[in-house]
Design a protein around this ligand. Structure first.
Ligand SMILES: Cc1ncc(CN)c(N)n1
Length: 230
């Protein structure tokens, strides 16, 4: 059987991604006891994260050298702006937050660091850097969504059920699989030093994913003491 590059990546990220499932924010989401104020913080930060993340798909489309890849990136862009972010807009309306307010959320330190890293690495390199930057994001949320869908009652939970349904859905799985297929195609025939760099991006973004869960759990913005003195 063919050796896929994502099998190699999986060996690297599996322990990091398993730790997401043990994280109190993710556990609370799946078991339904997560504090809604923490979820609100995640939702607002994630909305502006997804705006920057969408830029990466637009960049991928611009860097693509064939129409199939261009179309895949365009679909990923549309899927994020339309399907994924609609989940956030619906949750925001439950909290009485307008779309405009949501869009004007101030980015927390972790959100700024994560999106800046992805945009920097993607602008510097070729299309492989763009795909490597978005891979952990799409794939790990689908991994979490599918894992939480197995928790009894998670899919039916009256507040968090929609989250679990969307991230475990066939539509979101198709978006994650598009990213997986893209990286496997792009990795074919690349020299080891380039593969190692792609791997490094996927590992770093996986650490950023953990930091994002932590940021939501602790409702973090920027260091308070320093901020007060500015
Ligand atoms: C931080 C983060 N990472 C990944 C995803 C899934 N697109 C997300 N919504 N937010």
């Amino acid at each position: 059987m063919e050796n896929l590059f994502t099998d190699r990546l999986w060996n690297k990220v599996e322990p990091i991604w398993k730790s997401y499932l043990e994280h109190p924010f993710v556990k609370g989401l799946g078991e339904g006891w997560l504090d809604q104020e923490k979820f609100k913080h995640w939702m607002k930060q994630d909305y502006i994260y997804l705006i920057e993340y969408s830029r990466l798909f637009a960049l991928g489309s611009a860097k693509a050298t064939d129409l199939d890849t261009m179309t895949t990136f365009a679909n990923l862009l549309h899927g994020t702006l339309d399907m994924e972010m609609d989940l956030h807009r619906k949750y925001a309306s439950k909290f009485g937050i307008s779309n405009e307010e949501l869009e004007n959320t101030e980015a927390a330190a972790t959100t700024t660091a994560y999106t800046s890293y992805m945009l920097n690495v993607s602008q510097r390199g070729g299309i492989e850097n763009v795909v490597a930057s978005v891979l952990a994001c799409a794939w790990s949320y689908n991994y979490i969504g599918k894992s939480l869908a197995k928790v009894p009652g998670a899919l039916e939970h009256e507040f968090y059920g929609n989250w679990v349904q969307m991230y475990s859905s066939d539509e979101f799985t198709a978006l994650a699989n598009d990213c997986i297929d893209l990286i496997n195609t792009i990795a074919k025939g690349k020299p080891e030093h380039e593969l190692a760099f792609i791997e490094e991006i996927v590992v770093k973004t996986s650490y950023f994913e953990y930091m994002f869960w932590d940021m939501a759990e602790n409702k973090e913005m920027w260091p308070v003491e320093v901020r007060a003195s500015v």
